[in-house]
Design a protein around this ligand. Structure first.
Ligand SMILES: C[S@@+](CC[C@H](N)C(=O)[O-])C[C@H]1O[C@@H](n2cnc3c(N)ncnc32)[C@H](O)[C@@H]1O
Length: 202
């Protein structure tokens, strides 16, 4: 069920996310309660053969919570959208899997994360990857544009979860795949809405 948020609460959440990820863009170490960077990738069993081919700065930028590729590999030639691409690790892993005949678009709300992803991209020879700054709640793509939509550690941050899911399904081709890695709450939510908003992205 969608949490009903006032427009000012939504704004507060978005500005908190932008503030946090402006810091994360400089390096995620010490800013999360779970392992990030290379330690996170190792713990989540990312393919070491693919990681070996990527610049070390992109491995260091990783702050995902799961391994979306554990849900199945991508196919050569696939068109892929990575929502909340951060420093670009999953987008570049995807680019390696889809090959030069495929394409990858990474998008992120945080301008600093997009800058970081572009710096990482410049250290590679991929010609089929772009990073853009906008929200996963409003996808500026035609219906049926992608074979795969990826998202890693982002869905939990998005106030309009229903909207993001609808948008992700809209831009998928018929038979396309949505590969989401995220964290879920298993206990009871006891805090009041204002407390939940204040602790949204901590
Ligand atoms: C935990 S990080 C994960 C980054 C990346 N997926 C990774 O695995 O390294 C969450 C990312 O989601 C981005 N984000 C948060 N809300 C977003 C939104 N509404 N639209 C797009 N990106 C968003 C943040 O700026 C941040 O880069």
């Amino acid at each position: 069920m969608e949490l009903l948020l006032a427009p000012e609460d939504k704004k507060k959440i978005e500005s908190g996310i932008r503030e946090k990820y402006a810091k994360v863009a400089a390096g995620p170490e010490g800013l999360f309660k779970y392992p990030t960077g290379r330690a996170g990738l190792e713990a989540l069993s990312y393919d070491p053969e693919i990681l070996k081919t990527l610049p070390s700065s992109v491995l260091d930028s990783f702050c995902g919570v799961g391994n979306p590729f554990s849900l199945g590999p991508l196919n050569p030639g696939d068109a892929v959208l990575d929502i909340g691409s951060g420093g670009g690790l999953d987008s570049l892993v995807a680019a390696r899997m889809v090959g030069p005949g495929g394409k990858v678009v990474g998008l992120d709300l945080s301008p600093e994360m997009v800058t970081r992803a572009n710096e990482n991209l410049r250290q590679t020879d991929f010609a089929n990857v772009v990073f853009q700054e906008f929200s996963g709640e409003d996808l500026l793509f035609e219906d049926g544009s992608f074979d795969v939509v990826l998202s890693n550690g982002v869905f939990n941050l998005i106030p309009g979860k229903g909207r993001m899911l609808q948008e992700a399904c809209r831009v998928l081709k018929p038979g396309g795949r949505l590969l989401i890695a995220d964290q879920i709450l298993t206990g009871t939510l006891t805090k009041s809405t204002p407390e939940r908003i204040d602790s949204w992205f901590r």
